[in-house]
Design a protein around this ligand. Sequence first.
Ligand code: MN
Length: 261
Amino acid sequence: MNYSQTLAQLIGGIVTGGIRVIDLTVPLAAETPVIKLPPQFAPSKSFELEEISRYDSRGPAWYWNNISCGEHTGTHFDAPIHWVTGKDYPQNATHNIPVDRFIGPACVIDVAQQARENADFLLTTEVVENWERKHGKIPEHAWVLIRTDWSRRGSAEAYLNIADDGPHTPGFHPDCVPFLARERDILGVGVETVGTDAGQAATFNPMFPCHTIMHGSNRFGLASLTNLDQLPPTGAIVIAPPLKIVNGSGSPLRVLALVPV
Ligand code: MN
């Protein structure tokens, strides 16, 4: 293969529209939903924008802001160091993960119908195997994205969907995570919900299986994605580099998908 030709074709496609660039990112603002933990655990800050100056006495020709938020706010990246099971991998934080591991082919598993019918829907190995029978085996270096259409829920309340017994949002069945993390060589998983685990995952065995096993296998997570309905089951490429925070456990990021028209 002639790789300089490949790159010329890539940029040609982007410029002429043969390749569409889809934004898989939700807007980052004060009202962006943040995961709510039980009260015994420390909370994460919401996003804040603090104006430094806006073409005024504080800075006559320039506009800029200070920003603050938890690393896991809005559309964000989960690094292996985020979880105790991933803490000892050598390149496990946002500043030292090899950058080629931010880019991979997308496998999009559509369970929007199931999630619409059942907020606690869990993706099973069987669903993944059925997907593979139709679309082929999940390739190495892939991002596995779970389309639930959860990002279409209008309010933060409907999106977080918290009841007296905790949040009710779809996620991964505990048996499916070892299959994806150990029997397939993926970069990680991406979801439309506020975190990669199901709302009720604190009650699962193991607790929070996606975090426990994905990060325990040195793989990544992408949470609060949107526009997964605009991606084909295979054929798109996802680009998801987090901020280079030294020893960061994750970061808000812009996630882009390249999709052939
Ligand atoms: Mn996270």
